[in-house]
Design a protein around this ligand. Structure first.
Ligand SMILES: Cc1ncc(COP(=O)(O)O)c(C=O)c1O
Length: 404
């Protein structure tokens, strides 16, 4: 494998490591998904129905949770989770600044105050010690995110929550396959939210799942996911039923459709082979970058009994060892025909959270430090080994050329 290039980067007048642009992500969908969607379209029942029920059952079994409710996104699952737990005005919810907007927005949507605490500088997951310091009488929920597929320190988080009447809602958008202390994510927290967005490990085009072990939570979430109506459309309408309804609460229109579920069912059959590729490619990246002092790998396995979900492969560029900053590094990668990303800019420094909740730079130093240095590299089963090697070559080329 010839990957350790010392040639000139394209932005310095060199030639690209590859001719064709490598996308940051491409979902692996094909004939199976087309056939399954076609069958649903022909069936005449397109919204939530038998396919969604089947997908819910299979996801519950896969993540080892008792109840799963199919939704139109993980964002909806997060919104619904906090509403179902009756978290609202006057409450505080503790979360991480290193996540996608949906995590913190869910807290605002239910009327609570988002309390961002700093991350562990090594894993970039929320730091339980910082959570403990941030707990007040108003704290009603902790919302950890298993960033990039790496499990949070759930024992510490659950210990902090139990006995204080604090709920734990986990954002497991990156963590469908993640294992913590030999346990899958589905039953660990009061509620766990998953995503099937096209960029995730498996997709439904768009979709999400709310998973819980608690029957009362599942019951209310199901009703609230469909306007607050006691019975869903399938139960009310199929086989010549009249379709009357009883409205119990003012709920939402968050349900999954059978078209989405049909795609998800096909994807779920391939999840093991997808994960194998992600793991193999992560190992190739890991091995190569262990020889490059200008970068630090974030995605890694930690304690025994934990398994990474290998959602994203992220490096931190040590900008002090380089003549360029992270943004120029990203531009240099694109010039090499490699699309990379950055996950995430700090949420507490976004104008909305600064202006409405008074957050300022300097408050969460570890997250802020990492956020300016992170680069996410392409990692998906549709890539080939030679694609991975081209990414490694490009990172080496740029890091070595601009080395201080
Ligand atoms: C950490 C995290 N949480 C929540 C979401 C929202 O997921 P969805 O797009 O399914 O609403 C995402 C999506 O990118 C995410 O990465």
């Amino acid at each position: 494998m010839k990957v350790y290039s010392n040639a000139k980067p394209v932005i310095a007048g060199g030639r690209p490591v590859r001719k064709k642009l490598l996308d940051f992500h491409r979902p692996q969908t094909g004939h199976d998904e087309l056939k399954a969607v076609g069958a649903v379209l022909k069936s005449g029942w397109l919204t939530k129905g038998p396919k969604t029920k089947e997908f819910e059952k299979k996801i519950a079994a896969f993540v080892k949770g008792k109840y799963a409710i199919g939704l139109n996104s993980c964002s909806s699952a997060l919104d619904l989770a906090l509403k179902v737990l009756s978290i609202g005005e006057g409450s505080e919810v503790i979360t991480t600044p290193l996540s996608f907007a949906a995590t913190a927005n869910a807290i605002v949507h239910c009327g609570a105050r988002p309390v961002f605490v700093d991350v562990d500088p090594l894993t970039l997951n929320i730091d339980p010690a910082k959570i403990e310091k941030a707990i007040t009488r108003k704290t009603k929920c902790i919302l950890p995110v298993h960033l990039y597929g790496q499990p949070c320190e759930m024992n510490s988080i659950l210990r902090l929550a139990r006995g204080r009447n604090i709920f734990v809602v986990a954002d497991a958008a990156h963590a469908l396959e993640t294992v913590y202390q030999n346990k899958k994510m589905g039953g660990l927290s009061d509620i766990t939210c998953f995503s099937f967005h096209p960029g995730k490990n498996i997709t439904c085009a768009e979709g999400g799942m709310l998973v819980t072990n608690k029957k009362t939570i599942a019951h209310r979430a199901l009703i609230m996911s469909f306007h607050g109506i006691e019975k869903d459309a399938w139960k009310r309408h199929h086989k010549g039923k009249i379709g009357d309804f009883t409205l119990i609460e003012a709920g939402y229109k968050y349900n999954m459709s059978d078209v989405q579920a049909a795609i998800g069912l096909c994807q779920l059959k391939k999840i093991k082979s997808f994960l194998r590729k992600r793991r193999d490619y992560s190992r190739l990246y890991n091995k190569a970058f262990s020889k490059l002092p200008q970068v630090r790998v974030i995605t890694k396995n930690s304690a025994a009994g934990n398994e990474n979900g290998y959602h994203m492969f992220v490096i931190e560029v040590i900008i002090e060892s380089l003549k360029i900053d992270r943004d120029v590094f990203l531009k240099a990668l694109i010039a090499e025909n490699i699309t990379a990303g950055m996950h995430y800019p700090c949420l507490h420094l976004q104008p909305y959270y600064k202006n409405n909740f008074g957050y300022r730079r300097g408050m969460l130093p570890h997250a802020e430090y990492a956020s300016g240095r992170l680069i996410s590299l392409p990692l998906y089963p549709k890539m080939t080994r030679s694609d991975v090697e081209s990414v490694i070559s490009a990172v080496f080329k740029i890091a070595n050329f601009y080395k201080r």
